[in-house]
Design a protein around this ligand. Structure first.
Ligand SMILES: [Zn+2]
Length: 214
């Protein structure tokens, strides 16, 4: 080895180092994302069969460019039920009505009322605790002409001068509203703003979002 061979080229060396740093930097910055090899970033072309493990799943793959072989993982989150055709399972809103003397007691699905009533009526029902008061009486009344048992209950109450009560299942009601009338609270706030209701009431309406205390 001669003296000449050992001459260093500091500028070139620095350039190489800079290039190396940039490469490292790129490696570090490059986002690991689904569909790309985590080693070299090449799009993954072929995945193996999905494997399920409790609440996770993975797809095995081999990178065509760098040969890295691994598994691409996913979390599985429960999001609800459907029927075999993939259609949403329509929730029932369980409710009951009874004559004050309990000689007539019926269980029914209050869903049609929830579909057809206004936001204001819904709020009145919620504010009354979903039963035992005038807003829930309206729920029972709504079914008088479509539910034979309900008709019997009302006939009995009228003929015998007996009162009645109705209660809607709170959990069913809230679940159904959140899923099917998600704008429920928003619409009420909008109406109240229009009517110039005071700020405190508005705040309570917002804070009192379904089931939560203001
Ligand atoms: Zn690769």
């Amino acid at each position: 080895m001669t003296e000449k061979d050992t001459i260093e080229f500091p500028i070139l060396k620095d350039t190489e180092k800079t290039l190396q740093d940039m490469k490292e930097g790129q490696k570090f910055i490059r986002k690991i994302q689904s569909g790309e090899c985590p080693k070299c970033g090449t799009p993954i072309e072929d995945y193996g069969t999905q494997e399920l493990l409790d609440f996770t799943a993975y797809y095995p793959f081999t990178c065509k460019k760098c040969g890295f072989s691994g598994r691409e993982w996913y979390d599985l989150t429960f999001t609800g039920f459907t029927d075999d055709a993939g259609e949403d399972v329509v929730n029932e809103i369980r409710a009951e009505a009874h004559s004050d003397d309990r000689r007539h007691e019926i269980n029914f699905d209050a869903k049609m009322y929830f579909i057809n009533t206004s936001d204001k009526e819904l709020q009145a029902l919620e504010d009354s605790g979903w039963g035992g008061d005038y807003p829930a009486d309206k729920v029972a009344q709504y079914f008088e002409n479509t539910n034979k048992e309900m008709k019997k209950l009302f006939d009995y109450c009228r003929n015998n001068d007996v009162g009645y009560e109705c209660h809607v299942n709170k959990e069913d009601a809230i679940l159904w509203i959140k899923k099917n009338r998600p704008m429920y609270r928003n619409d009420i706030v909008a109406i109240e703003l229009k009517e110039g209701k005071d700020v405190e009431k508005l705040y309570n309406t917002l804070a009192g979002a379904l089931g939560e205390q203001p």
